[in-house]
Design a protein around this ligand. Structure first.
Ligand code: MLT
Length: 332
């Protein structure tokens, strides 16, 4: 069993001798249910943390938003009432707007792009900014894939098909404006309320990666999937900065090393699992449609109207240009 496989299966604990009785056990809030990329990142992090600290530190996952809605966990970690949280990047953006650069539509166009920006200099700048803005430190990243659109009513392949659908989005301005650029007024709603709203048909659809659709069992209440690629979902693992600052230097290094190992494990997890999960969703009755004309209409509308609206909020157009340059794309 390789180190990576052990991290992915969370099996490091079983290899270690029993944890010391005084091992520090940290609470880790997880927004999604079992089987998704957030849980995989969390398991990998715990396994690596135990290994790095020789069993002195461990963690416990609380799935399905048991410790609070994703946006609330940021506040809880900042005030020190929660240790760690794994949440979608769009739910941290309201607290640290520059991170929003990575959620601007059609900036990240592949998993490789996502890994490059998060693990490079830009990722480090965002980590520093988030500590300052939100009082939490990003120590790892889960990669979850593109947020595909699901709905219960009809196949959608064009912007016109979208008209009339009531679509839930997180309380995230960038996502709200993106749907507006496509001609509909989306419904902002907390993550924890989304399944029930889909089930009770308060909303017709939502968008999230295949891995999340599966982990949240959305296939039970949604039929149609459109392979949109407007946001590649990145899910940070955050630690309370107050907690981190209270650790010894050695412990801080162990936490950071565990976060890095979990990030690598997450990238591998998505590469190996996404296609299988997609097939599983099809076998459960979901129908997948590709956007017409290579998504050009969606892309043109979103980039031309949404990007300029957020230059100020993300810290200036140059912040976006730094990301585009790092990705070898033309600047704006
Ligand atoms: C959301 O739509 O609020 C997020 O993507 C939820 C999540 O997967 O963590």
């Amino acid at each position: 069993m390789t180190y990576l496989t052990r991290l992915l299966t969370g099996a490091a604990t079983s290899l270690a001798l029993a944890l010391p009785a005084a091992a520090a056990e940290y609470n880790i809030a997880v927004g999604d249910g079992a089987g998704g990329t957030q849980e995989a990142l969390g398991k990998a992090f715990i396994a690596a943390l135990e290994e790095e600290s020789g069993g002195e530190m461990t963690g416990k996952l609380f799935l399905n938003g048991q410790l609070g809605d994703e946006q609330d966990t940021v506040t809880a970690a900042a005030t020190g009432t929660l240790d760690f949280s794994i949440l979608a990047i769009n739910n941290i953006t309201p607290f640290s707007p520059s991170v929003g650069t990575l959620t601007l539509p059609y900036v990240i166009l592949s998993q490789e792009d996502a890994e490059k920006v998060t693990q490079g200099e830009i990722g480090q700048q965002m980590i520093d900014q988030t500590i300052e803005d939100a009082g939490v430190r990003i120590i790892g990243w889960a990669y979850s894939g593109f947020r595909v659109l699901t709905n219960s009513k009809k196949p959608v392949s064009t912007v016109e098909d979208l008209q009339g659908l009531v679509v839930r989005v997180p309380k995230n301005e960038i996502m709200i404006e993106t749907y507006k650029s496509w001609g509909i007024n989306p419904t902002p709603m907390a993550w924890g309320e989304t399944f029930a709203a889909l089930q009770q048909k308060v909303v017709d659809g939502q968008d999230n990666p295949y891995m999340t659709v599966y982990a949240m069992k959305f296939d039970e209440v949604q039929k149609y999937v459109t392979n949109l690629r407007y946001i590649f979902s990145i899910e940070p693992l955050i630690v309370s900065e107050a907690l981190f600052e209270g650790l010894s230097e050695e412990e801080q290094q162990q936490v950071l090393a565990a976060g890095e190992a979990a990030t690598q494990a997450s990238a591998e997890f998505l590469r190996s699992e996404e296609a299988k999960i997609r097939e599983e969703l099809v076998s459960r009755g979901m129908e997948i449609t590709d956007p017409a004309n290579d998504e050009k209409e969606f892309m043109d509308l979103a980039t031309s109207t949404v990007w300029p609206k957020f230059y100020d909020q993300i810290g200036g157009k140059e912040v976006l240009n730094e990301v585009l340059t790092a990705l070898d794309r033309p600047v704006v």
